[in-house]
Ligand binder design. Structure first.
Ligand SMILES: *Cc1c(COP(=O)(O)O)cnc(C)c1O
Length: 384
């Protein structure tokens, strides 16, 4: 058995259900294990390396910045943080004008929860069944899955859940205490469930009428994944706060709560030691530049549609349905997905579950058509 597996099994808190492989290297859509076996990576760090593993532009920016200035807290101005903020706002929905930078997705959601409470003076939140927003106490309180929540109660009080994409259920749940509504545009962990425009239009209206902060979680769907820079653009959603992370910096841990003018936080009320550090900011600038220079959103749209067109669900006895928005792809099986993930890995393809029966594919937007063909061929053979 691999020394590295032994060390991890011995010394790591065992929170992750693990695959039997030691990944040591990545480039573009490929990763390699310690024995040199090559994989087409349709997980890319759970939707993180959308611009490809070790994107040269990001690697160079990190290398350069690491020799210039690595850390700088928010109490001092900084060149890279300034340029990152300007870039982030320039690509965000037009309602959003300011950002708080974090180091992860869950921290962005924590910030959004605090910002909504302090802005409205109200306490409660509504989020969606099957929604996922993170693992820290606040974000977990907005996360639906029972398995993630039990044993950690009491969570933050004031959170309720309603069926996703059902406007009547949402309306019924609103009270005079509702401070915020937290929704994904496309539920990632929850099984690639896509909301529709009428729903989001109504949600926006309800939030305006009741002085509720609309928090859209684009942590998984953001940065070209769905065929737009942000999934919001598909439905012209104008959030009050948009949370982002995952793909923002090409693999480097960065997140943000991007806010509209409604959000106004008194100085000293929130903060983060590492948030907005120059290294993460330099990586973010390089990653976003790469996305814009290469029209990566369009690539994700075209490649996602091309990939899905390779499947004929009627001819696949093990498949109930396929859904996608760009390269956020879910194949719903009629049985448990886990054994198929193992088989795919043996055949040199890394994929993920979303729930028990959904095979989730998040290939990088830089993946070649040749690799997409290969993945489609293996899947079609496996699921027939
Ligand atoms: C991954 C994810 C999070 C949590 O992000 P972390 O960086 O793991 O804390 C929150 N919301 C959504 C939609 C996600 O996909």
């Amino acid at each position: 058995m691999s020394t590295y597996k032994k060390l991890i099994d011995k010394y790591e808190v065992n929170v992750y259900p693990k695959r039997d492989v030691v990944i040591v290297k990545g480039s573009g859509a490929k990763v390699w294990d310690e024995n040199g076996k090559e994989y087409i990576d349709c997980t890319v760090g759970i939707g993180v390396a959308t611009i490809g593993h070790c994107n040269p532009k990001v690697s160079e920016a990190i290398a350069e910045q690491s020799k210039t200035l690595i850390t700088n807290p928010g109490i001092f101005y900084n060149d890279k943080r300034a340029l990152m903020l300007e870039k982030l706002i320039s690509i965000s929905p037009k309602s959003l004008t300011k950002a708080f930078i974090t180091n992860s997705g869950t921290e962005a959601v924590e910030a959004a929860i605090k910002f909504a409470r302090i802005t409205t003076g109200k306490t409660d939140f509504i989020s969606a069944m099957r929604g996922f927003h993170g693992r820290t106490m606040g974000a977990l309180s907005a996360t639906h899955k029972e398995e993630y929540r039990t044993s950690f109660e009491p969570l933050v009080p004031g959170f309720t859940f309603v069926a996703f994409n059902k406007i009547d259920k949402l309306k019924e749940a609103i009270t005079e205490k509702t401070a915020g509504i937290i929704l994904e545009v496309v539920q990632g962990e929850g099984g690639i469930n896509i909301g529709d425009k009428e729903y989001f239009d109504e949600v926006r209206k309800i939030c305006d009428e009741n002085k509720i902060i609309l928090i859209i979680d684009e942590i998984q769907s953001g940065f070209c994944r769905t065929g737009k820079m942000f999934a919001c653009e598909h439905f012209d959603i104008q959030p009050d706060i948009m949370t982002v992370a995952k793909a923002i910096a090409g693999g480097f841990p960065v997140g943000a709560a991007i806010c509209s003018d409604k959000i106004d936080i008194p100085t000293g009320k929130h903060g983060s030691t590492f948030g907005g550090n120059p290294l993460g900011a330099a990586a973010s600038i390089a990653a976003i530049d790469f996305m814009l220079e290469n029209n990566l959103a369009k690539q994700a749209e075209e490649k996602g549609n091309y990939f899905v067109s390779k499947f004929d669900v009627d001819k696949l006895s093990k498949v109930r349905g396929i859904r996608n928005l760009g390269l956020m792809i879910g194949i719903e099986l009629k049985e448990k997905v886990q054994p198929y993930l193992v088989e795919l890995m043996e055949k040199g393809i890394l994929a993920m579950p979303a729930g028990k029966t959904i095979l989730r594919l998040l290939p990088p937007a830089v993946i070649s058509y040749e690799d997409l063909d290969k993945v489609a061929e293996v899947l079609n053979d496996m699921l027939k």
